[in-house]
Design a binder for this molecule. Structure first.
Ligand SMILES: Nc1ncnc2c1ncn2[C@@H]1O[C@H](COP(=O)(O)OP(=O)(O)OP(=O)(O)O)[C@@H](O)[C@H]1O
Ligand SMILES: [Mg+2]
Length: 273
C-alpha cells in the first residue's frame, strides 16, 4: 500500500497480526485504555510507557489494548542499532535511477490511524528518540529529513512504548520521559490470574502441570525472584514435550524442565506446598 504525501510516494508497512488474548490484570489494562482515550475536541491522547520485568506481559498487553480499541497494530522493535530514519522513513534503492521511500511501522500507524507499539524503547539511543519529540507532544507530527516531508498523525493514532528493566538499555533524558506518560507498571499476577494465563497460553496442557507451574511461580514471586509468566510458560511447555518424548511422569518432567530452562537455583521453588 502506498500514499502520497507532499508529492512523495510512501510505501507503508503492514499491520502486525498476533494471536493474543489478555487474561486478568484488568487494572493495568484500564490504566492503558484511560491514557489513550480522548475526552473531547480540546483533549489529546497520552503516550503511555509500560514497565515491568522481562516476560511479565508488556508487549502482550500493549497489543491486546490496541485491539480493544479496534485499531490495527504496528510494532516497531527498538534495538541499539535503531537509527532516527528507521523510526521514520528509509530510502531503498529500487532501480539504477530510482529511490523508493519506505515508511516505518510507526509512520504507517500515524498515517493509517493505527496504534504503534515502540517495543523495548529504551534499547535505542537518545538520538533516535529525539526525532520523535514533536510527535510526543501537542504537535503530533514527525519530520523526515530523508524524504524532506512532514507527516501529521491521524487523530486515531495512538502510541505506547514498552521499556525493559535490564542492563542493556539506555537511560533516556528527562524531555523524553516527560513526554512518555503515564508510566504503567505490570506486576506479577495473583495466583488465580497466573493459572488462567498459563491455561490460556497452553490450552493443551493437563491441569496438574498448570497447577504445579503456578505454585512454582507464586513461590518465586513471594521470594522476589524475577521469574515471570514467560518462564512459567517455557517450563510447562518443555515439561509437556519431555513427558511426551520420554514417557516420564509429570513430576519428573517438570523437575527436568525447571532445571533445563531456569537452572539449578530455580529448583528450590519446585516443591509443592
Ligand atoms: N495477562 C496475560 N494474559 C495473557 N498472556 C499473558 C499475560 N501476561 C503474560 N502473558 C504471556 O506471557 C508471555 C510473555 O509476555 P510478553 O512477551 O508480553 O512479555 P514482555 O513483558 O513484553 O517481555 P520482554 O520484557 O522480554 O519484552 C507471553 O507468552 C504472553 O502471552
Ligand atoms: Mg516485550
Amino acid at each position: 500500500m502506498t500514499v502520497n504525501i507532499e508529492g512523495i510516494e510512501l510505501h507503508l508497512a503492514h499491520p502486525d497480526e498476533l494471536a493474543v488474548t489478555w487474561v486478568g490484570q484488568e487494572e493495568a489494562m484500564r490504566q492503558l485504555m484511560a491514557a489513550w482515550m480522548v475526552l473531547e475536541d480540546r483533549d489529546m491522547p497520552m503516550n503511555p510507557r509500560l514497565l515491568g520485568k522481562p516476560g511479565v506481559g508488556k508487549t502482550t498487553m500493549a497489543y491486546a489494548g490496541a485491539k480493544r480499541l479496534g485499531r490495527d497494530v504496528y510494532i516497531l522493535q527498538a534495538t541499539v542499532d535503531t537509527r532516527p530514519e528507521d523510526l521514520l522513513i528509509t530510502p531503498v534503492i529500487e532501480s539504477a535511477s530510482k529511490l523508493k521511500y519506505v515508511a516505518s511501522p510507526l509512520v504507517s500507524a500515524m498515517i493509517r490511524g493505527g496504534v504503534s507499539i515502540l517495543d523495548e524503547g529504551n534499547r535505542m539511543s537518545e538520538k533516535s528518540w529525539a526525532s520523535l519529540a514533536p510527535l510526543l507532544d501537542n504537535r503530533r507530527y514527525v519530520e523526515s529529513i530523508v524524504a524532506g516531508i512532514k507527516i501529521k498523525a491521524h487523530p486515531n493514532f495512538r502510541l505506547v512504548a514498552t521499556m525493559n528493566e535490564d542492563s542493556s538499555t539506555f537511560d533516556l533524558p528527562e524531555y523524553i520521559h516527560s513526554r512518555l506518560q503515564p508510566q504503567i507498571l505490570i506486576d506479577f499476577p495473583e495466583r488465580e490470574e497466573e493459572l488462567a494465563i498459563l491455561r490460556e497460553n497452553l490450552p493443551f496442557s493437563n491441569e496438574d502441570i498448570l497447577q504445579y507451574v503456578t505454585d512454582f511461580l507464586q513461590q518465586a514471586h513471594a521470594a522476589d525472584e524475577s521469574y515471570t509468566v514467560r518462564d512459567g510458560l517455557n517450563v510447562a511447555r518443555y515439561a509437556l514435550k519431555l513427558r511426551h518424548e520420554t514417557g516420564e511422569p509429570d513430576r519428573a518432567s517438570l523437575r527436568s524442565a525447571i532445571l533445563l530452562v531456569l537452572g539449578e537455583e530455580a529448583l528450590r521453588y519446585s516443591i509443592r506446598r
